[in-house]
Design a protein around this ligand. Structure first.
Ligand SMILES: [Zn+2]
Length: 250
């Protein structure tokens, strides 16, 4: 145990010496501002974001998206201070369509760190969803557009889909979490609250894509989650089919 602790502490010490002070990295579509992580870790995030940029934008039909700034923080304190999320344990958040914050998880600061490259793509997919809704909103010229948009988004855009689509595009799924999460037969409405959506959300979009086609999430975004219009079924029918799909595939 003492030997293990020593290995851990010296590894942490070595990491501490190697991580970067405030640095930046610019790619075609992202500006990455980071500190307290290794330059190779920032590069890996940049590569994953660029690799997913065109495929995600193409499938969601996100046509024009200005440069996105990605702030990467080395610990929860710095992340929470920068985002204003006091007491948060989140490892990522998007702030509007052009800004992402990541709390870089490692074995030194988290029990089971997430793959931060996937977290980055998850947050980028939030940016894409918001960018589409903003760009295609009909009343953009109105003086009170922003307030009205925010209100409509908060009240009408389904949170379960907001998170599920981001997990889907990032490839964030774990079959044990899916099985655990589906045992209680959650409704989509119930997934609008709490953290269960992160266990099962991927499969809801996976089901939508496999049954109705890769173009459907793009339409689902634009209709604020209208099952009848986009898929020709009711929400209850979708839920029933989704549960059967999960039972067969997970
Ligand atoms: Zn999210």
């Amino acid at each position: 145990m003492a030997a293990l602790l020593l290995v851990y502490l010296s590894a942490q010490g070595i990491r501490h010496m190697r991580v970067a002070d405030a640095s930046q990295l610019q790619t075609d579509h992202f500006r990455i501002l980071y500190s307290g992580i290794l330059p190779a870790e920032a590069s890996a995030i940049a590569r994953q974001l660029e690799a997913n940029y065109e495929p995600v934008n193409k499938s969601l039909r996100n046509l024009y998206h200005p440069l996105i700034t990605v702030h990467i923080h080395p610990n929860q304190g710095a992340f929470n201070e920068a985002t204003g999320l006091g007491g948060s344990k989140a490892n990522g958040t998007s702030r509007g369509p052009y800004t992402i914050h990541l709390m870089y998880q490692t074995w030194f600061n988290t029990f089971f760190p997430d793959d931060m490259r996937k977290v980055a793509v998850h947050e980028f997919t939030h940016c894409a969803q918001l960018n589409i809704l903003l760009n295609e909103a009909p009343d953009r010229a109105a003086a009170d557009f922003e307030q009205r948009f925010e209100k409509r988004f908060a009240e009408q855009y389904p949170r379960w889909f907001w998170e599920a689509l981001s997990d889907y595009e990032a490839g964030m799924v774990n079959k044990w979490s899916v099985r655990y999460g589906m045992r209680s037969k959650p409704s989509l409405q119930s997934l609008n609250q709490g953290n269960m959506i992160y266990k099962v959300g991927y499969t809801a979009v996976e089901y939508m894509v496999k049954k109705w086609g890769r173009d459907k999430p793009a339409l689902f975004i634009r209709t604020y989650g209208n099952f009848r219009e986009v898929l020709g079924v009711t929400e209850a029918e979708f839920e029933e089919g989704w549960r059967t799909f999960v039972k067969e595939h997970y």
